[in-house]
Design a protein around this ligand. Structure first.
Ligand code: 0A1
Ligand code: ZN
Length: 871
């Protein structure tokens, strides 16, 4: 743990490295009590460095024991170097030399899950962003790229599988029951892409022939019990490899591609060169234990990590401020891949929903930052929705502005120009400028300005002149350190739709000014504008639609995304009206027009079930919160529950028909059509149960018992578990536990279902669950399943007015901070939003933030989030 006031790092202070490492040779002696690491670094002074004759400065974690240090074979004495917090400095070194360094690590005691640690008995590593400095002393920054050769030595029985980056080149056995394997990775890489794994692992093997005819061995490793859950990841990997060849012209570049599943992991997965390490939740998939959502996540994350091989590994980031260079681009790539594999419109709806709910909230929070941040204390805090999701939207806008063909030329040029280099987001945009001949200077404000822009649109129709005018004003609210924003350059896709649904115009406008007017000639009737089609820019769009216009767009818009969006806008407006009525003590009402519109949708059997399910889902409480001036937890919950139960009762027959229509007796498959049918079926079931009429809970129970897949079983389980029929609920909670107690990932769902149960006594229930044997506070998946779900999906109780939910979370943060600062800082997010709540709740949240601030031993991770939130 660091002391208070960690250093702030600034983008403007960037300096090229003084020293380069051409080769890094590592030898790991892995033992139960300790690991010895011998590192031999071939070091040269960097001709491009500003200052020559700089001392050699290497990063190294304070907790790491330095056993031996030598230069060109000469042992250094303690007086020859200085070890300071986080650094090792050696003065007077030659221009070119070999530094040898031996460090001693205690992986079994490493609970941070950074550097080298143990997960369920296997050794594994996590080096992004700054974990390598917990393994050895090194210029642990992404612009120092080196060729790695790694030898692992370990007990042969306990660790028969020894993996690292690249290709295995040598191996052998010692007399003492130990064996060793040497791996060479020919591609220079930054230290954050280093990885090793040692364990007793089972393996699914396949192969892939690249476009140019090279054979690549594909290996997915997991614990033996999970061997039957690897097929989907393998198929996804092969699909991703083919897709990247076809869509981006990118081939894989090593003889082996490996994925290893580990249960203890801070994030989703990691793209280490040739040796991806995955959270089990993002790689294991089986119909009986994995939901449709889970399958889709596996497909997306496998693809994401694979795509990093080019966007991230071959071309990497100059510094961590450029994180979105690899993450924004790679998320855009994986989103397009998923869109091609499944339903494009549904994928877009899901992504935009996440953006609007969580990224917009981040953008208006004290932790708001640009896609390319300007400063940080702890880089782990910047693996955010802004860097990933908004960053992907920025790349998508470039794709929209340039068109698919030029965008591809731009990406080809980017990879060609910068292969083997560590570069910046400016370099990425420069490649797009070169191929398009366009000036994207203004566009780059998307990288440097934080906050969600607002578009205010108004219009005028002149029937005599057949002229339609749109006026668009853009603005962006202040964010920390940025009071005034300059206008953005953005693509505004739109259509003009006649009252009867005929499309009068479709096209793309470009906004650059604060206020712009667009005139459309020859428009023969007054149109309804379908604005921001496909969500062509990550902005909040304001246009004064009438209910009738929204209903028309919901029925007729040719843009599937905007059809859905029109329905959402209408629901949001009606929900906000009910929230006001609730606050005024008036009875709430459900719009007949909405009921009729939904009835029509439900009766339209030609509609794609997946789309239908999206259209019939009310905006979440989290999204309604994001939209609120001041978040009124009770009003949001009451209004949404009222609408949900009203729509349930009014359309009971239609829900039943939809349920029956989608309840086909097909064999489980996670393809788009079947996923769509199940999502509509389970949505219909939820509405049926919401009527609180007897037969429907029984139907849920029947589905629970008869289902042959986790999607249907879990949906039914959650409905029963949250119901007031406590006898049946308790019975299923027990039965589910009995059935799945040995499936760790399913137990996470079991925890989450209970943590999000809105009935009274929720806090007591989660407090008790934290004592349950399936809960393990060292496992981030369990923490997310219990604490994350309670704070994120049970607003009513987390935001209890007496502050009990806040105090509970803060207690956890303080405890976890000692163990795993990254996770502690992430789980803290809900408390950082205090300014959005009423004075009583805001005050209670501040009390808890201050309680943390007053703790002496805060990690840099938590310190940064807490201190910025209190500013
Ligand atoms: N680069 C990975 C995400 C990742 C980031 C940090 C980690 O540890 C702190 C682990 C994984 C990705 O984008 O998939
Ligand atoms: Zn990534």
């Amino acid at each position: 743990m660091s002391v208070k006031q960690p250093n702030t790092i600034y983008l403007e202070d960037y300096q090229p490295p003084a020293w380069l490492i051409s080769h890094t040779k590592l030898r790991f002696e892995l033992e139960e009590e300790q690991t010895l690491v011998r590192a031999q670094l071939s070091i040269q002074s960097n001709p491009a460095a500003r200052d020559k004759r700089m001392p050699l400065e290497l990063f190294g974690d304070e907790g790491m024991e330095l056993c031996r240090l030598s230069i060109d074979g000469q042992i250094l004495e303690a007086c020859d170097y200085q070890r300071e917090a986080g650094y090792l400095r050696i003065n007077n070194v030659p221009d070119t030399f070999v530094l040898e360094c031996v460090t001693r690590l205690l992986p079994h005691e490493n609970t941070t899950l950074e550097g080298l640690y143990k997960s369920d008995g296997m050794f594994c590593t996590q080096c992004e962003a700054e974990g390598f400095r917990r393994i050895t002393f090194f210029p642990d920054r992404p612009d120092v790229m080196s060729v790695f050769s790694t030898t692992l030595v370990a007990d042969k029985c306990l660790y028969p599988v020894l993996l690292s980056n690249g290709n295995p080149v040598d191996s052998g056995e010692d007399d003492d029951g130990r064996h060793w394997v040497t791996w060479d990775d020919p591609w220079p890489k930054p230290s954050y892409l280093f990885a090793l794994v040692a364990g007793d692992l089972a393996l699914l093997e396949d192969s892939f022939t690249t476009l140019s005819g090279r054979e690549v061995a594909l290996r997915i490793y997991a614990e033996r019990k999970d061997l039957d859950k690897l097929d989907y990841a393998m198929q996804s990997l092969k699909n991703a490899m083919r897709w990247d060849e076809e869509v981006y012209g990118r081939e894989y570049d090593l003889d082996i591609y490996m994925i290893v599943a580990v249960d203890f992991f801070n994030m989703g997965a990691m793209e280490n060169k040739g040796l991806n390490i995955f959270n089990t939740s993002c790689v294991l998939a089986h119909p009986l234990t994995t939901t449709d959502q889970g399958f889709q996540r596996v497909e997306a994350v496998v693809a994401h990590e694979y795509f990093h091989n080019w966007s991230g590994n071959r071309v990497t980031c100059r510094d961590w401020f450029q994180l979105s260079l690899k993450e924004g681009f790679t998320v855009f790539r994986d989103a397009e891949f998923s869109a091609d594999m499944n339903s494009r419109t549904v994928k877009r709806i899901e992504d935009v929903t996440l953006l609007r709910t969580a990224q917009f909230a981040e953008d208006s929070s004290p932790m708001a930052h640009p896609v390319r941040p300007e400063s940080y204390m702890e880089i782990s805090n910047f693996y955010t929705l802004t860097v990933y999701e908004k960053g992907a939207e920025v790349v998508r806008m470039l794709h929209t502005l340039l068109g698919a063909e030029l965008f591809r030329q731009g990406s080809d040029l980017y990879f060609e120009r910068h292969d083997g280099q560590a570069v910046t987001t400016d370099d990425f945009v420069a490649a797009m400028e070169t191929v398009s001949g366009r000036d994207l200077t203004q566009f780059k404000r998307w990288y440097s300005q934080a906050g969600t822009p607002r578009l205010q649109v108004s219009d005028q129709y002149d029937a005599r002149a057949c002229e339609y005018r749109l006026t668009v004003r853009q603005s962006c609210p202040p964010s920390p350190g940025q009071d005034h924003k300059q206008p953005y350059h953005l693509p505004l896709a739109l259509g003009l739709v006649a009252e009867d649904g005929t499309e009068l115009y479709a096209g793309l406008l470009e906004l650059t000014g604060e206020e712009q007017e667009f005139c459309f000639d020859n428009i023969k009737q007054c149109p309804v504008p379908s604005l921001l089609r496909g969500f062509s820019a990550p902005v909040k769009l304001e246009y004064d639609y009438s209910d009738a216009q929204l209903l028309m767009l919901l029925r007729h818009d040719t843009d599937g995304f905007n059809r859905w969006d029109a329905g959402q806008r209408l629901s949001i407006r009606l929900l906000q009206e009910q929230m006001q009525r609730y606050r005024d003590g008036q009875p709430m009402v459900c719009s007949e027009a909405l009921i009729e519109a939904w009835r029509q949708l439900l009766n339209d059997t030609a509609l794609d079930p997946a789309m239908l399910a999206q259209c019939l889902r009310l905006p979440s409480e989290a999204q309604l919160s994001e939209l609120a001036e001041q978040i009124d937890v009770a009003a949001i919950h009451a209004a949404r529950e009222f609408m949900r139960t009203s729509l349930a009762a009014a359309l009971e027959q239609e829900w039943l028909q939809a349920y029956q229509r989608c309840d086909t007796n097909e064999l489980y498959a996670p393809d788009a059509d079947a996923v769509g049918r199940r999502s509509l079926k389970n949505l219909a079931l939820a509405y049926l149960v919401a009527t609180e009429r007897e037969p429907w809970l029984a139907l849920a129970r029947q589905q629970y018992q008869q289902s042959d897949n986790m999607t249907d079983q879990l949906a039914a389980f959650a409905l029963v578990a949250h119901s007031d029929d406590r006898e049946t609920a308790e019975e299923l909670l027990q039965a589910f536990y009995q059935q799945w107690q040995h499936e760790s990932l399913v137990m996470n769902q079991w925890l989450s279902v209970q943590a999000s149960d809105p009935r009274d006594g929720a806090l007591e229930r989660v407090v008790a669950l934290a004592q349950h044997p399936v809960f393990d506070m060292r496992n981030p998946n369990k923490l997310r399943a219990l604490i994350g779900a309670f704070c994120g999906q049970n607003a009513q109780h987390f935001h209890a007015e007496d502050g009990s939910g806040y105090a509970w979370l803060a207690g956890w943060i303080l405890q976890l901070d000692q163990q795993n600062p990254q996770i502690a800082a992430r789980l803290l997010t809900p408390l950082t939003r205090w300014k959005r709540y009423d004075p009583v709740r805001a005050g209670q949240m501040q009390v808890q933030l201050q309680r943390m601030m007053d703790t002496t031993e805060l990690s840099a991770d938590v310190y940064e989030v807490v201190s910025k939130s209190l500013m």
